[in-house]
Design a protein around this ligand. Sequence first.
Ligand SMILES: Cc1cc2nc3c(=O)[nH]c(=O)nc-3n(C[C@H](O)[C@H](O)[C@H](O)COP(=O)(O)OP(=O)(O)OC[C@H]3O[C@@H](n4cnc5c(N)ncnc54)[C@H](O)[C@@H]3O)c2cc1C
Length: 456
Amino acid sequence: MDAEVIILGAGAGGLSCAHSLLKKGVKVVIIEKENEVGGLMRSVKFKDFSVDYGYKNLDNGIPDVHHFWKELLKDDYSSIEIRTGILYKGNVIELEKKYKGVTRGMPLGLLVSSAVDMLISKLRYRRLNTSSLANSIYARRGKKFTQIFSQEYSERSRGLKWSRIPAPSNNKDSKPLSDFLSDALKTIPKKGGSFHPNKGTGQIIEQLVKEIKQMGGEIYTGCQVTAISHQNNQISNVTVSKSDEDVKISGSKFVSSLPLQFVSPLMGIDFAPSKMELSFKRGVIMVYLFLKKPVKFVHNSLRVSCPNVFVSRITNYAAFGGTMIPKGKACLCLEYFTPHSKHLITLSDQEIKELAISECQKSNLFDKNDCADVLVIRNLQADSAQSWEDYKMDSTRKSLYKQLSGFENLYQINRTGADKSSYAGIMAAKSIVENNRTEFDELTKPDVVSPWKGAI
Ligand SMILES: Cc1cc2nc3c(=O)[nH]c(=O)nc-3n(C[C@H](O)[C@H](O)[C@H](O)COP(=O)(O)OP(=O)(O)OC[C@H]3O[C@@H](n4cnc5c(N)ncnc54)[C@H](O)[C@@H]3O)c2cc1C
């Protein structure tokens, strides 16, 4: 099994790295603990459906990755429009200005009561606006508008109440907080357009695997890395366990796409995030509802701000076009983020299925008789599913990245965001080929601004 480069994990990052290395003639071996490849970007296949793993918006912020995917899939990687809505008490409120003008489809009663609330809030919260993030925004936008448009969804997805976050100040030390604020208020996906594989994001994985195998790459599934040995800032070998048998694998370079909280303990590095470090805490339970009929709304996703339901985000795969969904049918994926819905962890799959259907029914999304099948996928350590803003702010994460970059022949490429992981994988391959890791370390730092930003 020994090779020049050993890649740990066969997700978007690891496979992109392997593909880029093989193209330059470097021999690679990929070790994956699951029996299937793709990690958080694999397809979810069920009967005649083949859909994404949760919500996947490939928002094309990184030109190198965009071109890499385009070259892989050609015409099957097509431009799509992303339309996002808000689900609030049975109403789908439009987030894209161009479709519904100023009212954004809010029912008149809700619009008027929110406008009145805005006037009252401006008076009530003006004097309290320095006490918390919530109060400072209520004073500007009104409490009700804030809760509907940003606060409720942000609190669910981050698992942090805005009342616990201090109000932003203008001094330069508050930079991370203003980042947090701008992200929380971001309602419309950035300009530049989105692209999506016609058969779903798992199509990228399938094409990568096909080409990796054609170029002679070896992928070992069902093999778990259980230890990473090192000496004098060099990784010497990894221990891989398969069916209770341990094998040591050596190589000259190692690329890890394992999340930091898994890779650090394997190397004997302590991992202990503080309570406020949100990015390590986000798990997700995904409930796929396979429907006999199309749904009434046209949005790719709905952010949920109804106070009386637990779901946080709903993806409507039919709205992505392509061939993920058989004609005349639909599939919704309900994401329950576990910091917000902790109690769901203890429920059985049957109980979660019933909850998901009843929440959709309550929100007028479809009639329960239209639901043919339900699938529950739990990923309680979906570290990469969380917000980029939280990810780059965590101090434990920054310090671990720094420690790992001290190992000269180790490239840690796991990131939040399929584009960022793939970019880190491509850059690791480039550094290995050029035998110079400076560019990799500079351009893929967890808190780097460029080139993550800047749409195509
Ligand atoms: C619900 C959800 C929604 C998301 N939405 C978006 C989105 O809209 N846009 C976007 O760009 N990104 C999104 N993401 C994030 C994106 O999917 C991930 O950031 C990206 O796929 C991570 O790729 P990776 O290769 O770095 O890691 P992973 O996909 O996590 O791959 C790591 C691999 O390592 C394997 N592994 C772990 N431990 C071991 C071990 N000890 N030994 C061997 N193998 C091991 C894992 O099984 C896995 O296959 C979302 C993620 C989720 C879960």
